[in-house]
Design a protein around this ligand. Structure first.
Ligand code: NAP
Length: 465
């Protein structure tokens, strides 16, 4: 009997949570997983929701269980697994059946799959981790609008809500949804890195212990920095390791990986000539963090940095202000990249709507995104740092950012993302920059020509021999 309104393949962390969310919202769902034992376990664990779930043991049974025209979500690892699943599934489907890739696909892959002419295809970015997938993620859709409309009632029902507004929106054709999700993850990298750098200043520069830092983050979560990432940073700092009784932060290895979306964002930014230095710095910082042996060798070779600031050199209020400035600059870079991609790919990406779907459910959800949505609604073309509300905030906070970065430099506390944010700001407030020197050099060695400030292109200098 074909009773399910939607199907789902891949009952891993995200797929299982998403399937339960769909069932919880009253939709009958059919599920299938490559390893059948996991399917059985899923159904056994579904409790009261099991009545809404048809657990199947073959792709044929999955397809047979779904009402026509069918819609099937894939929640498997990005890349080959998605192509393999599509290849296995398509022959079993009718021409108008819809496949939805809800994993973290590279948007170039989604472009290819969406234009392959093998049947309806949507690529949707889903953010919020397991908790979000279960109780309300932020959803960024890409593909044909009428395909999105076929499943929009389900996707908006299961999505997070910000004051009643669903955080699920169609972003544009083809890979638009996965592109926006990639930039979301790039911003996430930078936001996390900036918080980690401020943590570094508190730990090494000010000698604060984990509980004290947890208190500071918890306090900041009541102000302009209110956000999921600040909230969980406070909780992480406050948590004790049950095995040793030490703060969890003190027993976690200081190495973080980077893969997929963060890296793709940085690569794509270069293709688009979109300046996102804070996001790039965050990806680089993760790469550096993984070089533990070399960092230890560096400390042996060069000696540990001085680190500790004089007692009264830095108030935590200054750190808060610096983080506010850094955060605005990093989000401004992310939105500028989206704006560039929109132009380049002809997508008409809805910037205010993007800020709105990020207000709840996703990892970068924060109070500030509400103000960003308002600012972008007033003028989506303008860099966020020039929106009156944020320009005022930056005017009030950039000196704190400068102080923190300067003290970090003087005391050997690495601040790659915050200092990149500051350099971006300083470049963006300098009408007469220094690329005239670069143009002079290029003309000197390669006769590239330059524009003169008193008019005209293609001039050459009288460089002589
Ligand atoms: P996961 O827990 O590792 O689960 C992967 C699922 O895919 C399993 O059900 C696995 O089946 C199945 N699978 C793996 N390779 C397959 C293949 N070649 N063919 C068919 N099925 C295959 O992964 P996850 O964390 O749920 O992530 C799923 C997707 O969501 C990824 O694209 C990920 O990037 C994205 N995502 C994850 C998060 C997160 O916080 N975890 C957040 C947003 C997006 P078996 O049981 O047979 O191994």
């Amino acid at each position: 009997m074909s009773t399910a309104e939607i199907g789902l393949i891949g009952l891993g962390t995200m797929g299982a949570a998403l399937a339960l969310n769909i069932a919880d919202n009253g939709f009958d769902i059919a599920v299938w997983n490559r390893t059948t034992a996991k399917t059985k376990q899923f159904q056994a664990d579904a409790g009261a929701l099991a009545a809404k779930v048809t657990a199947t043991e073959s792709l044929e049974d999955l397809v047979a269980a779904i009402k026509k025209p069918r819609a099937i979500i894939l929640m498997v690892p990005a890349g080959q697994a998605v192509d393999d699943q599509i290849e296995a599934l398509r022959p079993l489907l009718d021409d108008d059946d819809l496949i939805i890739d809800a994993g973290n696909a590279n948007f170039h892959d989604t472009n290819r799959r969406a234009t392959a002419d093998e049947g309806p295809f949507l690529g949707i970015g889903v953010s919020g981790g397991e908790e979000g997938a279960r109780f309300g993620p932020s959803i960024m859709g890409g593909g044909k609008r009428d395909h999105w409309d076929r499943v929009a009632h389900i996707l908006t029902a299961i999505s997070a809500k910000h004051q009643g507004t669903p955080c699920a929106t169609w972003m544009g054709e083809d890979g638009a949804g996965h592109f926006v999700k990639a930039v979301h993850n790039g911003i996430e990298y930078a936001d996390m890195q900036m918080i980690a750098e401020i943590y570094g200043m508190m730990r090494d520069g000010l000698g604060m212990n984990a509980a004290e830092m947890g208190d500071v983050f918890a306090k900041w979560d009541k102000g302009s920095l209110k956000s999921y990432l600040i909230e969980i940073s406070g909780k992480v700092a406050h948590t004790t390791d049950p095995e040793t009784g030490k703060p969890m932060l003190d027993v976690i290895v200081d190495a973080a990986g980077q893969k997929g979306t963060g890296r793709w964002t940085v690569i794509e930014a270069q293709h688009l000539a979109a300046p996102i230095p804070a996001i790039e710095a965050a990806v680089v910082a993760r790469n550096l963090s993984s070089q533990r042996a070399n960092r230890a060798l560096g400390e042996d070779t060069f000696g540990a940095a001085p680190h500790r600031l004089a007692h009264d050199m830095m108030a935590t209020e200054t750190l808060e202000q610096a983080l506010i400035a850094g955060k605005i600059l990093c989000y401004a870079q992310g939105f500028e990249m989206i704006s560039k991609a929109s132009e380049e790919f002809g997508w008409a990406l809805p910037l205010p709507e993007i800020a709105k779907v990020w207000r709840a459910g996703c990892i970068i959800r924060s109070a500030m995104l509400d103000d960003m949505a308002t600012a972008l609604a007033a003028d989506a073309q303008q860099n966020l740092i020039f929106a009156p509300y944020f320009a005022e905030m930056i005017k009030k906070t950039h000196n704190a950012l400068r102080q923190v970065v300067a003290q970090g430099a003087l005391h050997g506390i690495a601040m790659p993302a915050l200092s990149s944010g500051l350099a971006y700001f300083d470049a963006m407030r300098t009408a007469r920059g220094t690329a005239n020197m670069i143009q002079g050099q290029r003309d000197f060695f390669g006769a590239h020509g330059f524009a003169r400030i008193d008019g005209g292109e293609g001039h050459h200098g009288p460089w002589g021999g």
